[in-house]
Every structure is written in C-alpha cells, then in structure tokens.
Write a protein that binds this ligand. Structure first.
Ligand SMILES: Cc1cc2nc3c(=O)[nH]c(=O)nc-3n(C[C@H](O)[C@H](O)[C@H](O)COP(=O)(O)O)c2cc1C
Length: 317
C-alpha cells in the first residue's frame, strides 16, 4: 500500500484516523500511529492547554508520525496554532474554514498541511492555498458535513478531476473493501472516523459507543442544515431538531435549541437523550467494540482479500 500519502506523511499504510471531537485524544491517535496508520488528535474539543498535554502524551506513547486536526472556526485558533508550533507538530489537518488563512504560516514552519473539503470548488481553493494533500469528505460521514450532500462516491472523482494533489477519501469508509473502492475512484488514502470512534481507545463514553454499535441501516440523518449540517443518530434530541426544522425554525431558534456543550454531553458524557450524538452512516456495519490494532489488521487483510477477489474474475472482456 506504499504511495504518495505514505511518503508525504511518513506512514506504513495510507489510513488516517480522522480528528474527532470528544473521541480523538492521545490514546486513539497514538494507537493508530503505532499500528502503521496516521493518528490525529482532535483539537476541536480541547482547551489549548489540554491539547498541549495530549500532544506530549502522544509523543511519549509513539515514536511514529501523528498529527493534529484543527477545525478553523475554533475560537482560540491563534493559541492553538502557537501550541502546534511550540510543540513542533509536523502534520496538521485543518477543516471547517478557509485553507488560505493558515496554510502559508504552517508551511513556513515546515509542517505538512492537509485540508478537508466537501466540494471540488473548495479543493481548488486548497490547491491555491498550497496544501500538501486534500481530504474529500462525502456526506455519509459522521460529524459536520457539506450542505450539498455530495456522497463520497460522487465527490472523490469530482475532486480528482480538479487537482493532481495527493487525495484522501473520507465518509462511509470503514472496511478494507471501502478502502479499495476509494482507491478505485482516484483516492490514495482514506480518513476513517466512525469506525475508530467506536474502538476501545476512543475517549467517547461507553454508552455512546454501545448505542452506535447497536444502530441499524438508516439510523442517522443529516440535520441542522441551516446552522451547520451535522449527521446525527436518530433519537430524542435529533427528533427535537427534526420537529423544529419541519416547522421552519430560524437559524437563531436552532442555535438556541442546540445550546452549548451538546456534543460533549452526548459523545463524552454518554447522555443519549439530551446529547448531540454524532456518528456516520457506516456505524450500522459494526456491532463489536474492537481495539485499534484489531481494526487495522482487519482493514488491511480485507483490502488484500478484495484485491484478490477483483483480480480473480472481475475483469470484462
Ligand atoms: C464523533 C465525530 C466527531 C468528529 N469531529 C470532527 C472534528 O472535530 N474535526 C473534523 O475535521 N472532522 C470531524 N469528524 C469527521 C472525521 O474526522 C472523519 O472525516 C469522518 O468521520 C469520516 O467519515 P466516517 O465517519 O464515515 O468514517 C468527526 C466525526 C465523528 C464521527
């Protein structure tokens, strides 16, 4: 599986564990890096001093490359970026914002910069901004999402058409076959969120993990589109949002309904009724809490089996 993404990031397998609020601390990031992928610490849910602590712990638990995901709308963004520079973080995945704002400064520090997009228009902006690679994230993904609802299947070839930069696919990928499909579409790496959010090393609450591992197909929905489109598990809070949206609630009303700290309440504190439960469509494929090592092993062996299956009898003459 050695390719441009492996070379760029210094990793063995082009498998990245996406930065995820309340899930991706040093424990998850270091485990994925240790297993040959790239672990990302999710700065989005950390106070700057907590982030520093997680970076230091991650360094002490693995000597392999790891990175930090920074959603660019983070309120104390300057402080976060200072910490990345002070702690000599080498890889940064930015998301939810304009890549032109920070990429040049981070690159000046010698960092590898990768930006997450949900459309080919933004992929072009990434290229202009000088990023090293792009993550194209389809709307199957857990967490915040693109308004256009472009699926990974459609987005990856669109983005591939507009850029020759190394390309990482995300959204709905959680198996070796999914990785193979992403590669067939033109990606050279994958960013996986949901499957890693439900591993033993994820810092999500046990109740959240077990709830997500019990989901059936169709149990998540993209909601809060007027505010910030987010894929949520159907449930008490999601129903409240759906009802509000059905009666035409304004952005302000939705903001009030969401309030503060809902994602923490749901994902980290395991409050399944009042919390905002963010997870991707692919969650319904999994029902067992595995370790990162088990997941990585399975991804790689399924990928290889998939290649063999394709080679044996999948050609057309
Ligand atoms: C619980 C959860 C929290 C997330 N938080 C973030 C985040 O803070 N920043 C970000 O760029 N992406 C975030 N994501 C998206 C992931 O990094 C990743 O791109 C996405 O989950 C991939 O799709 P998948 O869920 O189908 O695997 C989150 C995803 C989940 C499931």
């Amino acid at each position: 599986m050695k390719n441009r993404i492996c070379q760029l990031l210094g990793i063995q397998y082009p498998i990245i564990a996406g930065g995820m609020v309340w899930c991706s601390g040093w424990r998850l990031a270091s485990a994925v890096s240790h297993a040959g992928g790239l672990g990302l610490i999710g700065a989005g849910s950390m106070h700057p001093d907590v982030l520093r602590e997680h970076i230091r712990k991650c360094k002490s638990f693995t000597d392999k490359p790891f990175g930090v995901n920074v959603p660019l709308m983070y309120p104390e963004i300057e402080k976060v970026m200072d910490i990345l520079m002070e702690e000599e973080v080498k890889i940064v995945f930015t998301s939810a914002g304009n890549p032109k704002t920070w990429t040049p400064r981070l690159k000046e520090q010698g960092m590898r910069v990768v930006h997450v997009v949900s459309s080919s228009k933004f992929a072009q902006k990434c290229e202009e901004a000088g990023v090293d690679a792009i993550v194209a994230e389809g709307f199957e993904a857990g967490g915040h999402n693109g308004r256009e609802e472009t699926t990974t299947m459609c987005l990856v070839p669109h983005v591939r058409r507009v850029t020759s930069l190394p390309l990482i696919a995300a959204g709905g990928i959680g198996t070796g076959a999914g990785i193979l499909a992403a590669f067939a579409l033109g990606a050279e790496g994958v960013q996986i969120g949901t499957r890693f959010a439900l591993t033993k090393e994820s810092s999500a609450h046990e109740a959240f993990k077990q709830w997500c591992l019990s989901l059936s197909e169709g149990d998540t929905k993209l909601l809060l589109k007027k505010l910030s489109p987010t894929r949520l598990v159907k449930g008490v809070f999601a129903s409240e949002v759906e009802e509000a949206e059905a009666r035409g609630a304004s952005v302000e009303e939705l903001r009030m309904l969401l309030g503060k700290g809902r994602a923490k309440k749901g994902i980290f504190e395991g409050n399944l009724e009042e919390g905002e439960l963010e997870i991707g469509q692919i969650a319904s494929l999994f029902c067992e809490e595995q370790s990162v090592e088990e997941v990585m092993r399975e991804l790689i062996s399924d990928f290889n089996t998939g290649i063999e299956r394709m080679a044996n009898g999948m050609t057309w003459k």
